[in-house]
Design a protein around this ligand. Structure first.
Ligand SMILES: Nc1nc2c(ncn2[C@@H]2O[C@H](COP(=O)(O)OP(=O)(O)OP(=O)(O)O)[C@@H](O)[C@H]2O)c(=O)[nH]1
Ligand SMILES: [Mg+2]
Length: 227
């Protein structure tokens, strides 16, 4: 019985990967580099995008696909900053899932302005577990961990910290209020994902956001170099 269940899960992930590859081929055809942005609820994904994308005059043309269970609050926030944004709700035909999968992203493909952007950032549903299991056709993954969540999170949620190319350590303006020890966090991060790039940021004050912009700006060349 247990073995049958494992098989079903493997088949579902295989099917997801097949659709993710089709998404990736479509994005490649349009020359669009795709980032999957993941974190626990409230770590600061949308605030970081607001900071990084508005008034980024010398950056790539970036569009956002907003994944949420319900509502369009984050999409409205980004639209306010004149960032092209498409909303995807998982309670709209996808069972209110706690993550985006490749099929959901495929369903939004026709709504995305792929000819008008160089980079698509997909803000995943806030969740520290499930999004890491589902590729959606992205070239790279960024995860945001805020200092308010504690320094132990890489050890407790290793998959998320392993399945990404950049860890943004957000809300550093709050460090002194939340007993967050940066060295301990980095030690734990290195234990689960040796060598991964991490950037300390405050999406509120803007500290460190230029480094995130530089990382994003260099991404298309990095992706092409390994293709
Ligand atoms: N002090 C401080 N607050 C922040 C920072 N970044 C985000 N916040 C606050 O944290 C709260 C959540 O931020 P969001 O950007 O909505 O977080 P999110 O990850 O997009 O949340 P979900 O989309 O719901 O998963 C908001 O009240 C933000 O103002 C930061 O760097 N410092
Ligand atoms: Mg958000």
């Amino acid at each position: 019985m247990h073995r049958v269940k494992v098989r079903v899960v493997e088949d579902a992930l295989d099917a997801n990967n097949t659709i993710a590859r089709a998404n990736r081929a479509d994005f490649d055809r349009h020359g669009v580099t795709v980032v999957n942005l993941m974190s626990a609820p409230g770590s600061g994904k949308t605030t970081l995008l607001e900071r990084a994308l508005s008034h980024w005059h010398d950056g790539p043309r970036v569009g956002v696909l907003e994944g949420d269970v319900a509502g369009s609050l984050d999409a409205d926030r980004l639209a306010h900053h004149h960032v092209p944004v498409v909303q995807l709700n998982t309670d709209n035909g996808f069972g209110g899932e706690c993550h985006l999968d490749a099929n959901m992203v495929r369903s939004a493909m026709d709504a995305l302005p792929l000819d008008e952007i160089d980079m698509l950032i997909i803000e995943n549903v806030g969740n520290l577990v499930c999004p890491a299991e589902f590729r959606v056709g992205e070239d790279a993954r960024i995860m945001v961990s805020s200092v308010a969540e504690g320094a132990d999170k890489p050890l407790k949620y290793p998959l998320m910290f392993r399945a990404c190319e950049l860890v943004v350590i957000n809300k550093i303006d709050l460090i002194e209020h939340v007993d967050f020890d940066m060295d301990t966090f980095l030690y734990h991060l290195d234990a689960v994902h040796p060598g991964v790039t991490s950037l300390p940021v405050s999406a509120r004050t803007g500290e460190g956001v230029d480094a995130v912009r530089s990382w994003l700006a260099a991404l298309p060349d990095r992706v092409r170099a390994v293709a």
